[in-house]
Design a protein around this ligand. Structure first.
Ligand code: ZN
Length: 286
């Protein structure tokens, strides 16, 4: 499943290869890929036709392409295996090609949505006054957003009866932090995932946010990281980057700070990786 840095890599690819091109026509090859577009495949294709794509945008793991002069955007759901590929028009169709968008120019490439498991898809939505597709209006800004409010995040942590990893994965507080980057940032901050947030000091909240940004920027610097080999970025290049992780996936391996074997614990249908010495469990389970 792509995390924020992978989605940002896709966004940058779309900005380079697709932005400001006018749609000639869209072809839906599998109705499931547009099931979130309630009016159906024909309506989806009709609404795209003749419109120019604006600058691709992202919030957290959500990615959308504004359609100029429509107050609507194409929201991309990558799901588990969704890929947005820019391919030469004469390249053979991918086995799992679901949607094709042709452009009214002579650049010779087209946009393809390919998805083996068809959990993802594309859909059109009205924009809010902020230019966000209305269905994601409730998603908080992500920590790489220049308008993310660190102080408001700290105050929300203080106010909420929650624990820190739950808070990091709560998309209404902070978006785009997935399981991998949460574990990495918590390890760097020496925080156990079950630590209640109500007593967090401002320096602790700010240090954690700093580490969240660092791990995401490090992943972005190498082009994103993903454990899903199906994930390919917009140029058709593999988005799998073998980045060294300090916590995630390191069960039984020595902590890179103190040498204690790292542990894995089941956590909300996922796993949490941590160092039992550097990241002490809270005494009273919350
Ligand atoms: Zn340690």
């Amino acid at each position: 499943m792509p995390e924020l840095p992978e989605v940002e890599v896709v966004r940058r690819g779309l900005e380079r290869w697709v932005a400001h091109r006018t749609v000639a026509d869209a072809e839906v090859l599998h109705p499931r890929a547009v099931r979130r577009h309630i009016a159906g495949a024909d309506d989806f294709a009709h609404r795209l036709k003749g419109h120019r794509i604006g600058t691709p945008s992202r919030r957290g793991k959500y990615l959308w392409l504004p359609l100029e002069d429509t107050h609507q955007s194409i929201l991309a759901h990558l799901g588990m295996s969704g890929q947005l590929l820019v391919q030469p028009q004469n390249a053979p169709d991918e086995k799992h090609l679901r949607i094709r968008v042709r452009f009214a120019d002579a650049l010779g490439t087209e946009l393809r949505f390919v998805d083996q498991r068809t959990f993802g898809g594309l859909s059109l939505h009205d924009n809010t006054a902020d230019g966000l597709p209305d269905v994601i209006a409730h998603i908080a800004r992500d920590p790489l957003d220049p308008l993310f409010d660190d102080e408001a995040f700290h105050q929300a942590l203080r106010r909420k009866r929650t624990t820190i990893k739950r808070a990091l994965l709560d998309q209404s507080l902070i978006s785009g932090v997935g399981n991998i980057y949460a574990d990495e940032a918590l390890w760097r901050t020496r925080l156990h995932y079950d630590r209640p947030t109500a007593a967090f000091t401002r320096p602790r909240s700010l240090e954690l946010l700093g580490h969240v940004r660092d791990v995401m920027n490090a992943a972005l610097a190498v082009g994103g990281t993903s454990f899903d080999s199906l994930y390919v970025n917009v140029n058709g290049e593999s988005g799998y980057f073998d980045r060294s992780l300090d916590a995630y996936g390191r069960e039984g391996l020595p902590c890179k700070r103190c040498g204690t074997p790292m542990r894995r614990r089941p956590w909300m249908n996922r796993s949490s990786y941590f160092c039992p010495k550097c990241q002490r469990a809270p005494r009273v389970p919350s």
